[in-house]
Design a protein around this ligand. Structure first.
Ligand code: AMP
Ligand code: MG
Length: 315
């Protein structure tokens, strides 16, 4: 089992979590900066370390379904149907919370966001720490999400980090809310609306209601230090290619002269593009170029989630 390779690191990390400290760990989406979800002082350290505003609630990670009982007050059978189908995996459900869930985790709301990560290292850490873990992405607030351990250690050299290699999904979980008449996608992910609709019915709630419900969903997010633009047909339409780096969906044409090029997927596979997106952004951000130019991807299926990240990164 993969966990064996990391067993002493996981033991150490689990002890630290139990002692109220923070640990960075891999999930299948991005690296998380975790703390015991029931320790408000430890959770406060997450906000301090990330410089994250306190209005932005955290996702609580569990390793087995029985831990849901301590977090979720309710018995909606749709929750268990979705869990059965998509957990462990990159789906977060916003649910009515149990009294015991600290306010700092939920930004004072009466709901809590929960998911069970697919990465076995993450679940083993939670199992050994013997507590659900609150964990946002392990980066400074608003910046590019970490998909490799060195992205974390560069920003947080003092945080104990378990290196599980490059993450397997590459972008954050889909976040959904359940309403009486259906579900609502608050943040798109690789589990698409169509995937969800195969399990539960969708309601016709309009997007205005979303922003109030999910306070952390800001227009600007995932931002590189360099200016970033989304440009259609960038090889023909971006002028200063010698000063810019390109994020290309597939293989760019011969007329392209960007100083650096990151290809998200040679075969234009959206799943592969999601895996490579943040690593490509990190590399361009660290290189000598002045601007980052991203080619738009088709906004269908997983492309919806990737474009969501690109738009916020270039806002
Ligand atoms: P992150 O931890 O950065 O992946 O972001 C988690 C996001 O999930 C937050 O920024 C919110 O937008 C959303 N979220 C977490 N908890 C809740 C909640 N109780 N209600 C609505 N949205 C939530
Ligand atoms: Mg984040």
């Amino acid at each position: 089992m993969e966990g064996m390779k990391h067993s002493s690191e996981i033991q150490q990390a689990a002890r630290m979590i139990a002692a109220g400290e923070l640990v960075a760990f891999p999930t299948e989406t991005v690296y998380g900066l975790g703390a015991n979800a029931f320790d408000p002082v430890a959770v406060a350290r997450i906000f301090e370390t990330k410089e994250r505003p306190s209005f932005d609630p955290l996702i609580v990670h569990i390793c087995e379904l029985s831990q849901l009982d301590g977090l979720y007050r309710g018995d909606d059978e749709r929750v268990y149907r979705l869990a059965e189908k998509f957990w462990p995996g990159p789906l977060t459900m916003v649910l009515p919370k149990q009294e015991a869930v600290p306010d700092i985790v939920t930004a004072g709301m009466d709901t809590v966001a929960v998911r069970m990560p697919a990465n076995p290292l993450a679940r083993e850490l939670i199992r050994q720490a013997q507590t659900p873990m609150a964990a946002p992405s392990a980066n400074k607030f608003g910046r590019i999400s970490p998909t490799e351990a060195h992205h974390v250690t560069k920003q947080f050299p003092d945080v104990y980090t378990i290196d599980g290699g490059k993450t397997q999904v590459g972008i954050e979980s889909a976040v959904i809310a359940l309403h009486d008449d259906g579900f609502e996608v608050l943040r798109p992910g690789v589990i698409t609306e169509a995937d969800l609709e195969a399990v539960v019915t969708r309601s016709g709630i309009d997007s205005k209601e979303k922003q109030q419900q999910s306070p952390g969903l800001l227009k600007s997010h995932y931002s590189p230090g360099k200016p970033m633009y989304i440009v259609a047909d960038p090889c023909n339409h971006f002028k200063e290619q010698d000063r810019a780096g390109l994020i290309s969906f597939g293989i760019p044409g011969d007329n392209c002269h960007f100083s650096r090029t990151e290809i998200l997927s040679r075969s234009k596979d959206l799943r592969e593009a999601a895996i490579n997106l943040f690593s490509a952004m990190h590399r361009l951000d660290e290189s000598h170029i002045e601007y980052i130019v991203a080619e738009p991807l088709p906004e269908e299926g997983i492309g919806v989630a990737i474009m969501n990240r690109l738009k916020k990164a270039s806002y």
